[in-house]
Write a protein that binds this ligand. Structure first.
Ligand code: ATP
Length: 954
């Protein structure tokens, strides 16, 4: 079938003005059946994927060339030009080795940089596909979920609360459908939708019979036929705006750029001063002398800048994100990983995240007393017992049956069995009714006589829902909801088959029962009904119909806490992170579960949404410092809780599942959406998605965030101190040349302890491998034993800078001492050639960097602590040793890097001298640890976390 001619996207008048069935007809689709899969596939080929095209993808060669767009590369090109000039001045004999080597290293650097970029890109692309939006459609007559990018014109969309609308579509039906269109129109309140044709063409915000790509269903349900996809949608029309918004730099990237730039400026200044001083003091007059001085300047500048850093950083973050994904936490942006590590409060929903969300009705409480239902899980096997005796007749059976039958009828869940395995599709609370009714004598038979006419959907604000059911003898409204809320809509109650007025005494009695069950951790749900006269019957209901109800009773549902959540909460507490629970459930249920999980102390209480509303902002800020359990709250309360905590400088991670949670997820520092129960809209708003809905995964992710952050510090420490070592070597080498006997072999000229090519070799080649390996180091220090990082704090603090400078000095001095040892004259006697001495210095520095790699794994712990946990690091060290042997011993590379072969003893000397930095740093760490102990003894506390005890509010 060839694709039908589409109504034009920018003449919406067509589709909005005509009856929906005609629009479906034009699109060659039967609304009750949907497209066939084959037809959908054909249309996908002719219309293309339903994606918004951002900026065209950057071709690979452009990405490769970008690797050269770096001030440092320009500097090196200047060095190339200087060397080339010197070579020409000297008569252009042989090959200009320096020029060739620098160019080769630049090329190698670009290749490594490009390869790392590719790796990071692939990781990001993999994440994008994991978090891709999905839509529910009708195809081949069946409901199925497809990636939204595969929607085609003519698809029948099934819309429900929380769905992200995948394409522009004309509504076929709409029941209480409201859509949040602020992303498109800027209008913040949800727009009510309907399926009828519009009288005349309307502006975008008033096209009430259309839904648009990129908006979200706030409430209700609907069906719509897709009229346009991809760039033809209204969102497509504004996509060019989206494409031009640049992604902001993360604080980390920003700070690292700052550090590199600062280093560059400092060192270029030093280089200029040294060069000027040399020219003036040594009285450099010849062209060759100037070239030497210029090359020294270039070496210093090259030595100071950690060239490989930005690429290593993005790879480490990308790998971290992949590790998190394996642990079932999908982070949508690379730098969310940093924020994760600094979280100081985790706000979590209760149901499903802290509890297992495996609901079982254990008690049915009606006017005649309590029925106990045996059995666990979703298998409908169990008995109805009253005081241990099977319930087979009498008023109590009639009451319990009325309750469970009506509760089951006003539910949208489905209970299915495959090979003896029972599962619930839909809300587990509702599934619990379907299971319970099957345990009761005659339960299911009574349900068959009813047929559903309409529904008033559940919202977490109302905490109840109703369905209107037709029976041959009557039409009945059946309502279920939180008992305290439901009772306010009732004026009578049922005893046996009889209806009696609900007086204050009965009401108090029922509320006391609710309280008693709730404080035993039961989730309570009441059921009520009313027989509706014919004039009130309609398929388009709203909640105004829920009045004068007859209360039947309530069920007590058990939803056991997740065992692993208890451990995770304790771990978070140790890490200085407060856990708060935010739930729509009864305060006593919430407090009981909160205490069971260790969020509050035994007997602690919960603050309710109503109490919260009574507090001023300041009053609530006070309360928020102490209250850790919030009950009977609506999603908008989450926003207030986040605001109060953030006003206190807390970094808040907040979970959410429903559509109304989206604003809270956006305003939290880390919005976390539920992967299983979460809606598309919340997943869209979140920074992280929990694939398993489990609280323990959040704490796991925080731990991982901290490990990654610690690793970033490790390789920063490593790379910067390595650079510092090079700067010290070159700078002190020139300043102390007379003292250590460093003289140019050709006489008169300036003698450099290291050549620019050798420094580049270290920075770009031998440093990268250990730095990368450090980026995936397993935990060295106890990351969860420390309080959360203050995000305002610098990544490299004073102490770390001091360490970098001291370690750099140690490396520089041991390198120069080796050179002195080899050279005649100076402090230490020696009788080797200048080139041998320089090679020994170069090799010592490379080994010093390798020893420093094991140092850098912790600021204070000994390098020997958990020495062998990272095989990658040892692999990297092995590779570097081999490379260095090649550079020193292979004739071709000797010419390139101006090295001379070393004997075995000389190699041993270099290793020994290189190890000086290890011993030096061990000493430094001993001093630091002693200082830490003194300081914490002085402060009267341990350096580990001292989180505020979650004091419950009385
Ligand atoms: P969370 O802890 O994740 O916020 P919750 O399940 O505790 O979730 P809600 O789902 O908002 O919170 O439920 C609040 C109250 O509404 C429950 O205590 C229950 O009494 C009632 N309720 C829950 N689900 C239904 C339902 N499907 N039909 C009617 N009432 C319900």
């Amino acid at each position: 079938m060839s694709p039908p001619a589409l109504p034009e996207a920018d003449t919406p008048g067509d589709v909005t003005l005509r009856p929906a069935p005609d629009v479906a007809d034009d699109l060659n689709v039967a609304p009750e059946h949907g497209l066939t899969s084959a037809e959908a596939a054909t249309r996908l080929v002719s219309y293309g994927p339903n994606d918004l095209q951002g900026a065209p993808p950057v071709p690979w060669w452009r990405k490769f060339l970008r690797q050269f767009q770096d001030p440092l590369v320009y500097l090196l090109l200047v060095a190339v030009a200087i060397s080339l000039a010197a070579w020409i001045l000297e008569g252009a004999v042989g090959v200009p080795v320096d020029v060739v080597v620098i160019l080769a290293i630049l090329l190698l650097n670009a290749v490594i940089g490009y390869a790392q970029l590719r790796k990071a890109d692939t990781a990001v692309a993999a994440l994008a596909s994991m978090t891709a939006a999905r839509s529910t459609v009708l195809r081949d007559g069946r409901q199925s979920v497809v990636p939204s990018s595969e929607l085609v014109p003519g698809d029948i969309l099934l819309l429900a609360e929380g769905d992200a609308v995948g394409a522009d579509a004309r509504l076929l039906t709409a029941t209480a459908l409201q859509v949040q269109e602020s992303s498109l129109t800027g209008e913040s309140s949800a727009v009510t939708k309907q399926a009828g044709p519009l009288p005349s063409p309307m502006p975008l915000g008033d096209r009430t019979n259309m839904v648009f790509k990129g908006t979200g269903v706030a409430t209700g349900v609907g069906r719509a036929v897709v009229t346009s996809t991809g760039m033809d949608t209204q969102m497509g029309a504004i996509a060019h705006m989206l494409a031009t918004t640049e992604q902001e730099d993360s604080p980390l990237t920003h700070e690292i750029a700052l550090v590199s730039r600062m280093l560059g400026v400092v060192v270029v200044s030093i280089a200029v001063v040294v060069m000027v001083a040399l020219v003036l003091v040594n009285g450099v007059r010849t062209g060759a002398g100037f070239v030497d001085v210029l090359l020294l300047g270039v070496s210093l500048a090259v030595a100071a800048v950690p060239e490989g850093l930005p690429a290593i950083l993005s790879v480490v973050l990308a790998i971290g994100v992949q590790q998190l994904a394996r642990q079932r936490a999908v982070v949508k942006e690379l730098h969310a990983v940093e924020t994760l590590g600094s979280a100081s409060v985790i706000g979590s929903d209760k149901t499903g995240t802290l509890t297992r969300n495996e609901m079982t009705i254990q008690k049915v409480v009606t006017a005649s007393g309590t029925v106990d239902l045996t059995g666990t899980g979703y298998a409908p096997v169990g008995e109805a017992l009253v005081e241990g005796r099977l319930l087979t007749e009498g008023p109590q059976l009639s009451e319990a049956r009325a309750l469970l039958v009506q509760g089951s009828l006003s539910s949208n869940a489905q209970l299915t069995e495959t090979d003896g395995d029972w599962t619930v599709q839909g809300d587990p609370t509702e599934g619990a009714f379907l299971v319970a009714v099957r345990k009761l004598e005659g339960g299911t038979q009574r349900m068959d006589a009813y047929r559903r006419i309409a529904e008033v959907p559940f919202t977490s604000e109302r905490r109840m829902m109703s369905t209107l059911q037709a029976h041959p003898e009557r039409t009945r409204l059946m309502t279920k909801g939180a008992p305290d809320v439901l009772l306010a809509h009732c004026d009578s109650y049922r005893v046996g088959e009889e209806v009696r007025p609900l007086d204050q005494g009965v009401l108090d009695h029922v509320l006391a029962e609710v309280e008693a069950l709730s404080s035993q951790a039961y989730r309570t749900l009441g059921v009520a009904y009313r027989d509706v006269p014919a004039r009130e019957v309609s398929t388009d209901l709203d909640h105004a119909i829920e009045h004068h109800l007859v209360y039947v009773g309530m069920v007590a549902i058990i939803d056991p806490p997740r065992e692993e959540a208890r451990t995770a909460i304790a771990e978070a507490h140790r890490a200085g992170i407060r856990t708060i629970m935010i739930t729509g459930d009864h305060p006593s249920t919430a407090a009981r579960i909160g205490a069971d999980l260790g969020i509050i102390e035994e007997g602690g209480r919960a603050l309710t949404g109503v109490q919260l509303d009574e507090l001023s902002d300041e009053g609530f800020r006070q309360a928020a410092r102490e209250v850790s359990v919030y009950a009977r709250v609506a999603p908008e309360h989450k926003l207030r809780i986040i605001d109060a905590l953030q006003a206190d400088d807390r970094i808040v991670a907040m979970t959410g599942d429903g559509v109304n949670d989206a604003p809270a997820l956006k305003s939290a520092d880390i919005g976390i959406a539920m992967g299983i129960t979460g809606t598309e809209v919340t997943k869209d708003a979140a920074k992280m998605i929990l694939a398993d809905d489990n609280f323990a995964t959040i704490v796991q992710a925080v731990r991982q965030g901290r490990v990654i952050f610690a690793n970033i510090k490790k390789f920063l420490r490593y790379l910067l101190s390595s650079n510092m070592g090079e700067v010290f070597t070159v700078f002190l080498g020139v300043v102390l040349a007379g003292v250590i006997g460093l003289q140019s072999p050709v006489g008169g000229g300036l003698a450099l302890p290291l050549l620019a090519t050798q420094i580049l070799w270290i920075n770009l080649v031998t440093d990268s491998a250990p730095a990368l390996a450090m980026g995936i180091d397993p935990q060295t220090d106890d990351v969860m034993g420390q309080p959360p990082r203050n995000p305002a704090e610098r990544i490299i603090d004073h102490r770390m800078w001091l360490g970098i400078i001291l370690v750099g000095a140690a490396m520089g001095l041991s390198t120069l001492a080796t050179i002195d040892m080899f050279l005649p004259g100076g402090l230490l006697p020696g009788q080797h050639s200048f080139q041998e001495a320089q090679t020994a210095g170069f090799t010592t520095l490379v080994f010093a960097q390798l020893f420093n790699a094991i140092n850098s794994r912790s600021e204070t712990s000994s390098a020997f602590h958990r020495l062998f946990v990272n095989p990658w690091l040892w692999g990297a060290i092995g590779v570097v040793v081999v490379l260095q042997v090649l550079v020193v011993q292979v004739p071709l590379l000797q010419t390139a890097f101006s090295t001379a072969p070393l004997t075995l003893t000389q190699w041993a000397t270099c290793v020994a001298m290189g190890s000086v930095v290890l011993w030096f740093d061990e000493l430094r760490k001993i001093v630091l640890r002693a200082l830490d102990v003194r300081r914490s003894a002085g402060a009267g506390a341990s350096p580990a976390a001292t989180p505020a005890t979650p004091a419950p509010r009385g």
